[in-house]
Write a protein that binds this ligand. Structure first.
Ligand code: SLL
Length: 152
């Protein structure tokens, strides 16, 4: 699996979370205050599974089975909870790439940190989102992986 000297390939993605407050009657059933989803996706919502094989999300140890591995898209985990914490997002590439997994870190955000510019307090039912853009750089990719990237 030959590597391409002097060649660099990059692919972009978004990673982060959405969070909705649990309101009304359901709010009394447990100490969980939010329903949230952490995810990795293409910047235009395009399929990223041709270059990403699986994604492993490491949740806080207060969750059962905190290491959640998602083998096909959508690469996301939804949970409920009460607290914010850092999630390690480990991205695995297809074997033909010869690439080691890459780990990104995301601070799960449940609460708005600032108002939305309207001067009004954040509405109770409004979702909170926190996303980051990143570009994964493949230095001297294998010919096989470069081909896969080029065809999509
Ligand atoms: C904090 N350092 O104290 C953080 C930890 C952990 C959040 C937050 C667990 C929910 C469950 C949950 O929400 N953990 O019991 O399943 O804010």
């Amino acid at each position: 699996n030959k590597r391409m000297k002097g060649t660099v390939a990059t692919r972009a993605l978004y990673y982060g979370n959405t969070a909705y407050p649990i309101l009304g009657k359901k709010a009394n059933d447990s100490d969980h205050t939010h329903k949230w989803t952490v995810l990795v996706r293409g910047v235009n919502n395009e399929d990223i599974s041709f270059w990403i094989k699986k994604v492993s999300f490491r949740l806080h140890e207060t969750y059962p089975n905190p290491q959640r591995t998602i083998e096909q898209p959508p690469f996301e985990v939804s949970e409920t909870g009460w607290g914010e914490f850092e999630i390690a997002i480990k991205i695995y590439f297809h074997a033909a790439s010869g690439e080691k997994p890459v780990t990104l870190y995301h601070h799960l955000r449940l609460h708005p940190y600032e108002d939305d510019g309207t001067g009004q307090p954040w509405p109770k039912e409004k979702p909170v989102t926190s996303f980051n853009y990143d570009e994964i750089v493949f230095n001297e990719p294998t010919e096989a992986f470069y081909q896969v990237l080029a065809e999509n």
